[in-house]
Design a protein around this ligand. Structure first.
Ligand code: FES
Length: 156
């Protein structure tokens, strides 16, 4: 079958091309302005400082959340009394994980990923363990930091 005339006019083709270019250009400009206005947006900290009293009296087998940048951190007292500070983000596709006290495991509902109480991936798609932070207490402050980060707080 031969078509005698084009289904798209030259004007329509050029308008579509220009519109697409304008949309891509606008998105690029908005992204650059957003990055300039909010430079720390989406970045994770190397450490956070919390009030120790809020976290150190957790009952065994319970958790308490803290803010790790824009992501959840989980302060966790295991059933044996050991304390862990964990990044509450799944290592598969970065969904938030929750602690299931009855199973004594962390669970990611996105794709049914499971981690044991030490953060080790044990079932489902997560490829590696949850990130475990180092926590220290200085006076009334609880410092939670990435492994290898040395934190020196200013003396008050
Ligand atoms: S994002 Fe957690 S299992 Fe996929």
């Amino acid at each position: 079958m031969k078509i005698d005339h084009s289904l798209i006019t030259r004007r329509r083709f050029l308008n579509t091309l220009f519109g697409g270019w304008l949309a891509a250009f606008s998105a690029g400009v908005l992204y650059a302005v957003g990055k300039f206005a909010f430079p720390t947006l989406g970045k994770e900290p190397d450490f956070v400082v919390l009030k120790a009293a809020d976290y150190m009296n957790l009952a065994p087998n319970t958790t308490k959340l803290f803010a790790w940048g824009g992501k959840p951190g989980i302060f966790f007292r295991k059933a044996d009394g050991t304390i862990l500070a964990i990044k509450g983000v799944c290592t598969h596709m970065e969904c938030n994980v929750t602690y299931k006290p009855a199973e004594r495991k962390f669970y990611c509902a996105c794709h049914k990923g499971w981690f044991d109480e030490n953060g080790k991936n044990i079932k489902g798609p997560p490829p590696k363990p949850l990130e475990i932070f180092v926590h220290t207490i200085e006076g009334d402050k609880l410092i939670v930091a990435r492994k290898g980060v040395k934190v020196e707080l200013p003396k008050a």
